[in-house]
Design a binder for this molecule. Structure first.
Ligand code: ATP
Ligand code: LTN
Length: 345
């Protein structure tokens, strides 16, 4: 028989492509923090990996949402995923609640997660303070649903901003625990946290992360803000009274603007300090704002076009959900069998 010799890594035996998955909540209009910390990296990574990206609508209801607004925001964020350049033919782009396996696996994983380890989550502590009137059980077990999102797709890498590191550790712990009891079921995921943009801070309080649910709109640039609004918001960003553009301790506001400028221009901090040597914050802020405007311009233009075609968006979401369901159901069944459930015929 004519047997072919297969050399690993060649076309005949391509190395298994690594998988990535990440999600974004439709809890408001995404900010420059979401874009530089996560979305921009998603686009870069999506060409290199088998990728799945979702609108985490189930996560969004851990905080009270107005149904009309939620419906609108889910479609806006879905359109944004396409507008940043993710190709729905090459990547799985979907809406989390369209894939029931996420809720199903989350329930199972809840039973393999300890109350104590959840109680240590800083996001839970922060959010239970900022939403003291609605500290619901979903808010508490939020990281378990996130673990389900990741483990269902056997993701190797999860590109997120630095604020999600603790949640990624829990997902790893849950995967290792389950694998330890039942044998290898889940891939243990690694976080992928980009160097630049990992933590974009609030423009009004640069010790806090920029957040789309911040009640003060001057604290964030939203990806859909007009050029004039971006200029105004960055011009009124809090800095310090010292006046020098360089990266240093106690200069949180300037450090943050330098980080943003660096992400948009590719310049490092030394080059930025040199560019603005002897010039005031006014010039620097104008340059930062202009760089942000140019960075977001193509995203906004594609977004405006996509939002005009809601039928296309719904059809694309349905296709994404179909592919996602196929993969997710495979992992769900495997998990249920290992636990001892009787699967329906
Ligand atoms: P909320 O403000 O409603 O809690 P969020 O913006 O913090 O939402 P997500 O929408 O779920 O949270 O975040 C999507 C992605 O954006 C995540 O990978 C998260 O790490 C990243 N991200 C969010 N805020 C920032 C930030 N300020 N800097 C860098 N990355 C961020
Ligand atoms: N909690 C995440 C959003 C999120 C997520 C995920 C990120 C939900 N499920 C799965 C990565 C993988 C946040 O960024 N706030």
């Amino acid at each position: 028989m004519d047997e072919k010799i297969i050399i690993p890594g060649t076309e005949a035996a391509p190395e298994k492509r690594k998988k990535i998955l990440s999600c974004i909540q439709p809890s408001g209009i995404p900010t420059l923090g979401n874009y530089l910390g996560a979305l921009k990296n998603w686009k870069l990574l999506s060409d290199e990996f088998d990728s799945a990206f979702a609108v985490a609508d189930l996560h969004a209801i851990t905080v009270r949402q107005d149904p009309k607004m939620l419906r609108k925001q889910i479609m806006e964020v879905f359109a944004l995923l396409l507008a940043i350049g993710l190709d729905p033919e090459k990547n799985i782009v979907f809406i989390q609640s369209h894939v029931p396996a996420h809720s199903q696996l989350a329930w199972i994983l809840n039973c393999y997660t300890q109350f104590g380890e959840m109680s240590r989550m800083t996001q839970f502590k922060d959010k239970s303070q900022s939403h003291a009137d609605n500290v619901n059980v979903g808010l508490f077990s939020y990281p378990v649903l996130m673990a389900a999102d990741i483990l269902l797709y056997q993701a190797d890498l999860v590109p997120v901003g630095a604020d999600q590191k603790q949640h990624l550790e829990i997902a790893r712990d849950i995967a290792n625990r389950f694998n330890g009891i039942y044998g290898k079921t889940f891939t243990v995921p690694d976080p992928y946290i980009g160097k630049q943009g990992a933590r974009v801070m609030s423009l009004q309080d640069p010790t806090k992360k920029m957040s789309k649910s911040d009640p003060n709109p001057k604290s964030f640039v939203s990806v859909f803000d007009s050029p004039e609004t971006i200029m105004k918001k960055i011009k009124s960003a809090v800095t310090d009274s010292e006046g020098g553009v360089y990266y240093g301790e106690g200069k949180d506001g300037v450090n943050n603007l330098m980080g943003i400028y660096s992400c948009c221009t590719g310049l490092d901090y030394d080059a930025i300090a040199k560019e603005f040597e002897g010039r005031g914050y006014g010039d620097f802020k104008t340059a930062v704002a202009e760089a942000v405007i140019e960075e977001l311009r193509p995203v906004r233009e594609r977004y405006d076009l996509l939002m005009k075609d809601q039928a296309y968006l719904l059809e694309t979401a349905a296709k994404g959900a179909e592919t996602a369901q196929r993969i997710a159901n495979r992992t769900l069944e495997k998990t249920m069998k290992k636990c001892g459930f009787v699967l329906p015929r």
